[in-house]
Design a protein around this ligand. Structure first.
Ligand SMILES: [Zn+2]
Length: 98
């Protein structure tokens, strides 16, 4: 088994686990029950791949989560202005994206 992901935020760790499982990677969570006796608040959950061969694939998938590719600008269908990908409404005419 190989450790591929850990984070102090258990929600993110569970998210990573779900994504890997959706990609067909068998994973296990460790430290889930605080077996080392530390206070749960200081317990980092860890995602481990069950098969060492999946380590590279898992890390590549997780890199994409943490560094999502830049999204494209979109062009308003109403007024043809360019909008930043993060805008949900056209900055110019308030029309919704797409
Ligand atoms: Zn517009």
């Amino acid at each position: 088994m190989k450790l591929v992901y850990t984070n102090e935020n258990n929600i993110l760790v569970n998210h990573a686990k779900n994504i890997l499982e959706n990609e067909g990677v068998e994973v296990s969570l460790k430290n889930e029950h605080g077996s080392t006796g530390m206070h749960p608040q200081f317990m980092f959950l860890e995602v481990w791949v069950n098969n060492d061969a999946d380590e590279k694939k898992a890390k590549r998938i997780l890199e994409e989560i943490e560094n999502p590719p830049e999204t494209e600008e979109w062009v308003c269908a109403n007024c043809q202005e360019k909008n930043d990908a993060s805008f949900e409404l056209c900055w110019h005419c308030q029309a919704p994206a797409n």
